[in-house]
Design a protein around this ligand. Structure first.
Ligand code: SF4
Ligand SMILES: [Zn+2]
Ligand SMILES: [Zn+2]
Length: 316
């Protein structure tokens, strides 16, 4: 950002612009602005929470590292609230080791308990192995589903009352658009933040929901947080890449698009929950986890992996 651009709240040089509200901010006011949005979202998404356990999903990337820092600051002052970080090791060579190292460094710095669950132990497979066994399937489809399942299990074991996710405004806007394009009402209804408690599912909240990715990144840098910049070797095949570009182009042409997508989602969810209970699943017959179908998607993918292992030649 050019030195001549000044903060909209003081005379200091600006470090970032916020085209969606026509403002520029210096580091100090960016910090205040991010922290205020996160504080309000925690308050809104987890009202009147003063006692219990909060699990924070920590990948070791910038978003979840900022989410942990701010959750720790917000809840850590209360002796009646316990904060625990939960990481999943999906088994991705050359990627997960670096992110888990950053996650460990941050939890040690903050003095927060840290639990790591391994896909190999919990599911008997890894993302890398499954990617080999199912070459026609984009790895993110099963990897994301398994990670959600393992995070939920780990949070449940910790007795967590809420699971904090590091999704930022860009992530959520992309997910809303992706589900709208696919006509996937079930997913739209089940997106974080959760409005309805479902048995077996630790309610997820997304305190960074109103903070754009660029601001999260800068906040993490300004506060010296350890986080890993590495990219997953499977990421190139994700459908999300297309939606990332589309949302970015829309945002450039029409600042505020991301916030509009989130508002659209909020309104839709209110109707979906009232109209047909799209957000209220039953239980998976294989693992017992919450599921809208007889088999949850995590178990469906696992059975495909096992079928491919049993007869590799016939695997799709
Ligand atoms: S990019 Fe895809 S495969 Fe890699 S960790 Fe994320 S969800 Fe898993
Ligand atoms: Zn300022
Ligand atoms: Zn299942």
């Amino acid at each position: 950002m050019a030195d001549s651009v000044r903060c909209s709240s003081c005379a200091s040089p600006a470090v970032i612009d916020q085209p969606y509200r026509g403002a520029h901010l210096c580091g100090r006011h960016l910090t205040a602005s991010v922290e205020e949005r996160v504080r309000r979202e925690i308050h809104r998404q987890l009202p009147r929470f003063s006692e219990g356990t909060v699990a924070v999903a920590l990948s070791g990337g910038k978003d979840s590292s900022v989410a942990l820092l701010l959750a720790h600051r917000y809840f850590g002052r209360r002796p009646t609230v316990r904060v625990v970080a939960v990481s999943v090791n999906e088994g991705i060579a050359g990627y997960r080791d670096g992110t888990l190292r950053a996650a460990r460094e941050l939890t040690e710095r903050l003095g927060v308990a840290h639990v790591v669950v391994r896909a190999r132990d919990e599911l008997g497979t890894t993302t890398d192995l499954a990617a080999e066994g199912l070459p026609g399937t984009v790895p993110c489809s099963f990897c994301g589903v398994w990670r959600r399942q393992l995070l939920n299990r780990a949070a449940r074991r910790e007795g967590a009352d809420a699971l904090v996710l590091g999704f930022n405004l860009d992530d959520l806007a992309q997910t809303v658009l992706m589900n709208l394009v696919r006509g996937d009402l079930e997913h739209l209804a089940r997106m974080a933040p959760h409005r309805v408690r479902q048995p077996g599912l630790v309610p997820r909240i997304a305190p960074l929901a109103l903070v754009p990715e660029r601001e999260v990144y800068l906040y993490a840098r300004l506060h010296g947080l350890p986080f890993d910049h590495g990219e997953c070797p499977h990421a190139g095949r994700a459908a999300r890449n297309l939606f990332r570009s589309v949302v970015w182009e829309l945002e450039e042409a029409l600042p505020g698009t991301r916030q509009s997508l989130l508002r659209t989602h909020e309104r839709l969810v209110e109707r979906l929950l009232v109209d047909d209970g799209a957000g209220a699943p039953g239980c998976c017959r294989a693992c017992g986890d919450p599921s809208a179908h007889e088999l949850c998607r995590a178990c469906e993918y696992l059975s495909s992996v096992r079928a491919a292992e049993a007869s590799p030649a016939e695997a799709p």
